[in-house]
Design a protein around this ligand. Structure first.
Ligand SMILES: C[C@](O)(CO)[C@H](O)COP(=O)(O)OP(=O)(O)OC[C@H]1O[C@@H](n2ccc(N)nc2=O)[C@H](O)[C@@H]1O
Ligand SMILES: Nc1ncnc2c1ncn2[C@@H]1O[C@H](COP(=O)(O)OP(=O)(O)OP(=O)(O)O)[C@@H](O)[C@H]1O
Length: 296
């Protein structure tokens, strides 16, 4: 299907109503490659990856509360309020900024859960950016990136707001200038749990580090892909199907698979021919996070 672009879905976010920020976009990401180059003492893995933002995502509405409560107006099915990254992000910022203000938060979910496209992480980043504005906290982009890292390794890049070459656990970010592109994204129907993939004994953890220039010219891969494919064979079937049309690779820890294609027409045709048991979208790259200008 055609992924409704974030801009077409919401227009610009509405900022004109007092105490409200409506239609705040939370874009998806893909990892163009992902190398595991080591492991920290706390078990987290050291990565090298290239993040690309997509013009496809969730949207969130925020309404100011004077009583300090953080309320989820409509949750994600199966995700308890205490674990919801949106609620956790709001509470974290509230504490860090020392504000007595609260918020009602509505999340309109478009992204599949456990897709390796950073849905929950992006929701959390948009919550940090939007509430920083609504509550007048005055935190900087770097300050919100550091807060975001406490919520998950994928949160900082969405606050960073640009395509990026990432190192560390994904938090050491350098901007990447990539030409616009069209992608087909396919979801096998069931999400992959990130922790299980990183825990796997068979995971390759010693890929030799590369330089940014090698990423453009050299051979890369996703080190998490063989592990996800052997434990979740449907991911392998999706890769094999999509690879008939264009070079296909898994994003993040799965379960989504992506392929860059030459044109919007190709993207629509390939996504439209996806077997019915999976979901496929035609998606465009996004040069900047739609809320990029909200931070200095
Ligand atoms: C696979 C990626 O999506 C690539 O962008 C990310 O590395 C995952 O980021 P994320 O979903 O935000 O991950 P987190 O919520 O921080 O961690 C989930 C689990 O994955 C493992 N994890 C995550 C990131 C990382 N660099 N090393 C890890 O070992 C940890 O065991 C952790 O318990
Ligand atoms: N607001 C949220 N949206 C989606 N998932 C959430 C949210 N809050 C918490 N979660 C939990 O996080 C899990 C992974 O969510 P998500 O969809 O972000 O995975 P992902 O796309 O694989 O992310 P990543 O690429 O960052 O690993 C979900 O299965 C769910 O239990």
């Amino acid at each position: 299907m055609d992924a409704t672009p974030l801009s077409a879905r919401t227009g610009a976010p509405r900022t004109d109503l007092p105490g409200r920020l409506l239609g705040c976009p939370a874009p998806a990401k893909i990892n163009l490659f992902l190398h595991v180059v080591g492991r920290r003492a706390d078990g987290y893995h050291l990565l090298q990856t290239a993040f690309r933002l997509l013009d496809w995502g969730d949207t969130l509405d925020f309404a100011l509360r004077e009583d300090g409560a953080i309320r989820r107006v409509n949750g994600v099915p199966g995700v308890p309020e205490e674990e919801d990254l949106v609620v956790r992000a709001a509470r974290l910022l509230q504490r860090a900024a020392g504000t007595r203000l609260g918020a009602d938060i509505a999340l309109h979910k478009a992204l599949p859960l456990g897709g390796g496209i950073g849905g929950g992480s992006s929701d959390a980043a948009t919550t940090l950016i939007a509430l920083n504005r609504l509550w007048n906290c005055g935190l900087s982009r770097a300050g919100l990136q550091a807060l975001g890292l406490q919520l998950g390794a994928d949160v900082p890049v969405f606050v960073f707001g640009r395509d990026a070459f990432a190192e560390g656990v994904g938090e050491a970010l350098q901007p990447l200038a990539l030409p616009p592109a069209w992608y087909v994204i396919v979801f096998p129907g069931t999400g992959v749990p990130t922790a299980e993939i990183f825990r796997a004994p068979e995971l390759t953890r010693d890929t030799a580090p590369i330089k940014i220039v090698d990423f453009v010219t050299g051979t890369t891969r996703n080190d998490l892909q063989p592990v996800a494919c052997s434990r979740f064979p449907e991911v392998r079937r999706v890769i094999d199907w999509l690879a008939q049309h264009a070079p296909a690779r898994m994003t993040g820890s799965g379960a989504c698979v992506f392929a860059e294609v030459a044109s919007e027409t190709d993207a629509r045709r390939i996504a439209g021919s996806c077997p019915a048991q999976w979901q496929a979208w035609k998606v465009r790259s996004l040069a900047r996070h739609p809320l990029y200008e909200w931070l200095q």
